[in-house]
Design a protein around this ligand. Structure first.
Ligand code: CA
Length: 326
């Protein structure tokens, strides 16, 4: 009996020691991998995010897309003459000052978010209604070319998509329909960002070619030849797959081009200095709308914060990001 008690005590002791070891192991913080050490910019991101993200509720009580309040101020829009890869259309550099606060989507609008709109309204996108369908890139003998395909749309964009990927094959008009619906659902003023707001938010107080510096670093964004797992024209990455910029926005560089409100202007001569959208005044061509940030099918130079694109088509390289008046 005494032996049995001793064995029991010994067994209990061993159990206690093992339990202490397990608890100790699980409460010790894991050693971070070398590449997870945060830069100053990433520490800033966390600080901003804790203060400034929100989601508005839709009429059925579900939460809308995550938004980030942008700390407004002044910035220099465009690229300096000596920036590598610069195009004339990125100048002249001009000062823009925002008078009113605004918010931007933390991520590109996703397939799931756009799908909620379509489900609620029965909306049919331009690609689904207008015969030509959605444009997409095909690789032929090492060369990329664009091609419209009648049955391609946001539902079937000729790339693999899930609900957490950015929606593509949506025209500028489709983006307008979505923000109108979201505004009605939430009672808030959603819209596309102006081109100035987009660049200001993408730069996040940086003056370099990319928000992380002047050189392209691997695994910072989803684009062609960007050193990420999506390098070989695999399509979009789930939103937020890469580090966010210092304002807390993900994928401003790459993944999908993002529609902005402005009409096409070939240079910044006469551009507004208050951050408003630049419309047909000053010879704007509103059949073409601005899209910014480059995409999974483009090379790194198009991901520079100052790079300006325009388009008129629903395309599987193009999506959009929200803005909201505060
Ligand atoms: Ca993007």
């Amino acid at each position: 009996m005494r032996q049995a008690t001793a064995r029991h005590i010994t067994f209990s002791l061993i159990l206690t020691i093992v339990a202490i070891m397990v608890v100790s192991c699980t409460t010790l913080p894991p050693e971070p991998p070398a590449d997870a050490v945060k830069t100053d910019a990433e520490t800033t991101v966390q600080t901003v995010l804790q203060l400034a993200t929100f989601r508005d509720r839709l009429s059925d009580g579900t939460e809308g897309p995550e938004m980030v309040k942008i700390p407004v101020g002044t910035f220099l829009m465009g690229s300096p003459d000596d920036e590598k890869g610069r195009l004339e259309r990125e100048g002249p550099v001009h000062r823009v000052t925002f008078a009113r606060p605004f918010a931007m989507g933390r991520y590109e609008v996703t397939v799931a978010e756009f799908g909620m709109f379509v489900k609620a309204t029965g909306y049919r996108t331009d690609a689904e209604r207008c015969g030509e369908g959605c444009w997409h890139v095909v690789l032929t003998k090492g060369m990329l070319r664009d091609k419209p395909t009648e049955d391609a749309s946001w539902r079937n964009p000729y790339i693999d998509q899930t609900g957490v990927h950015p929606v593509v094959c949506v025209s500028w008009n489709d983006a307008q329909a979505y923000v109108k619906w979201l505004s009605k659902e939430t009672g808030k003023r959603y819209r596309l960002p102006t081109e100035a707001e987009w660049e200001y938010a993408a730069r996040a107080n940086t003056k370099t070619a990319y928000w992380w510096g002047d050189d392209f670093k691997g695994n910072r964004a989803n684009c062609r030849f960007c050193g990420s797992g999506w390098d070989f024209l695999k399509g979009t990455a789930p939103v937020g797959s890469f580090p966010a910029n210092p304002f807390g926005l993900s994928d401003t560089a790459g993944n999908v081009w993002e529609w902005v409100q402005d009409c096409m202007h070939q240079s910044y001569k006469g551009a507004p200095e208050d951050g408003r959208a630049w419309g047909e005044e000053d010879c704007g061509k509103c059949g073409w709308r601005g899209d910014r940030g480059g995409s999974w099918g483009n090379s790194p130079d198009t991901l520079r914060s100052a790079f300006r694109g325009w388009d008129y088509r629903p395309h599987h390289l193009i999506g959009f990001r929200l803005a909201q008046d505060l």
